[in-house]
Design a protein around this ligand. Structure first.
Ligand SMILES: [Zn+2]
Length: 172
């Protein structure tokens, strides 16, 4: 394994051979895939990686040379970041900036911590809602919360995408 030291800690977007986003990996991992011929660099980031034998540009986006089958149903992890991403960073009740996670059917009343029962909310709506149900308040959800699907979630569920990855994420 090459001895690679990144000049700046950062991450690379890894694409399948079909250009479908697969996941986010460290630049070191991406460089090892490239140097071993398992991936090709699609876009360079900033700086160079130094190994004992070679200098390679820091990969920003890498693409696998061989197609990897992805399990058909990949459950997207239920994280605050992923919930905010699904709901567009807005409070589902008032459309203000989201600050917290609300359980639509309150947990104290048996509401599950599941994609179908969590939404992004602002602190004000969350506080106002408290332990009440939507029926108690006469509130309605504009959209029924669902489990997100699609390749982009393998990336969005984990971290904020590097803005320079945008063109590869838009195609999903
Ligand atoms: Zn709100």
């Amino acid at each position: 394994m090459p001895d690679i030291r990144p000049t700046a800690a950062s991450a690379a977007l890894l694409l399948n051979a079909t250009y479908e986003p697969l996941c986010v990996v460290s630049v070191r991992r991406a460089a090892i895939l490239i140097l071993s011929g398992k991936a090709v660099c699609v876009a360079d980031g900033d700086g160079m990686l130094h190994s004992s034998r070679a200098r390679v540009p820091v990969p920003l986006v890498a693409k696998l040379t061989r197609y990897v089958r992805v399990p058909y149903r990949t459950q997207v992890g239920l994280s605050r970041r992923a919930i905010f991403a699904r709901d567009g960073g807005r409070c589902v009740y008032c459309q203000g900036p989201a600050e917290t996670i609300d359980h639509v059917h309150p947990r104290s009343k048996g509401g599950p911590h599941a994609w179908e029962n969590v939404v992004a909310a602002c602190a004000r709506c969350n506080h106002h809602k408290g332990d009440k149900t939507l029926a108690d308040l006469g509130w309605r959800l504009p959209v029924k919360p669902t489990v997100p699907h699609g390749a982009i979630w393998r990336v969005l569920g984990h971290r904020t995408p590097d803005p320079r990855w945008a063109q590869w994420l838009e195609t999903v």
